[in-house]
Design a binder for this molecule. Sequence first.
Ligand SMILES: NC(=O)c1ccc[n+]([C@@H]2O[C@H](COP(=O)([O-])OP(=O)(O)OC[C@H]3O[C@@H](n4cnc5c(N)ncnc54)[C@H](OP(=O)(O)O)[C@@H]3O)[C@@H](O)[C@H]2O)c1
Length: 292
Amino acid sequence: MATLHAALDGGVNFFDTADVYGDGRSERLLAKLKKERKEKFYIATKAGRRLRMQTTEGYNRKNLTAFVHRSLKNLKTDTIDLLQLHCPPTEVYYRPEVFGVLDDLVKAGKLRHYGVSVERIEEALKAIEFPNVQSVQIIFNIFRQRPAELLFAEAQKRKVGILARVPLASGLLSGKMSRLSKFAKDDHRNFNRHGEAFDRGETFSGIDFETGLSAVERLKKLVPSGASLAQLALRWILEFPAVTCAIPGAKRPAQLVDNIAASDLPPLAKASLKKIANIYEGQIKPLVHQHW
Ligand SMILES: NC(=O)c1ccc[n+]([C@@H]2O[C@H](COP(=O)([O-])OP(=O)(O)OC[C@H]3O[C@@H](n4cnc5c(N)ncnc54)[C@H](OP(=O)(O)O)[C@@H]3O)[C@@H](O)[C@H]2O)c1
């Protein structure tokens, strides 16, 4: 709650959550925030991961409607600002009827807008062919640059928003990690490094931890004076006009304060952008570019 309050204090007016985060607790905390504060803010949530098995058939009217009703209850609201399909199987993007269900939920006033959260660019490109998809959430950061190649232009053409998730490559791009870093048992950075539980790309953006650490050492030299590496990483994302919002996962008020200051940094120097591009091209691209 302290981090959420600090966010509003710092001018944040948009939060990304999901019905499965803390099994609804994350949504309920945002409802509590709404009660405690007067400022207007917007909430994006997600649906689909409550399915026991990720099957295309699971994304049907009955299930989606039930998930939405549960989120409405958790969020203590009549209308969800933005509902995102939560990384469904690729085939869902070839099923217009799924998007028809979402259209009906908009007509019924349950959703204001809907969008998608995807693993792969190809899924995003397919999703934005549906005219009412308003946003795409996708991993985009210094270690995951392919979305900028084609997707961003296509999204801009259709006025579709881009939410850049995992902007700090799970904290790696904060520069605080080392070979000795330890993570809690229930932390995906401990158990999903090779995709054991869900898509490998979600953890450290899918790059090998030690390779990431070595690239981070080179990035540290490019941090503008008075700024942090996390701020450099977030400012880099904001250089792309197609990006609506980066959604770093701050755990504590201090991290939040650090992260939001990135939006007040001046644009990065051209020379720094070039060096970042070189680090990506040389060290990271060969390992990840073709995967996502
Ligand atoms: N499938 C999906 O749709 C999906 C999947 C993943 C994430 N998301 C969304 O994307 C958001 C961001 O993802 P994420 O939290 O996994 O990745 P992230 O923003 O790249 O990394 C967040 C982690 O970095 C550390 N951190 C954050 N700010 C910091 C700072 N200023 N200095 C030092 N360390 C900092 C924290 O870890 P420590 O514990 O080390 O402090 C935090 O847990 C999530 O909150 C969620 O809303 C969506």
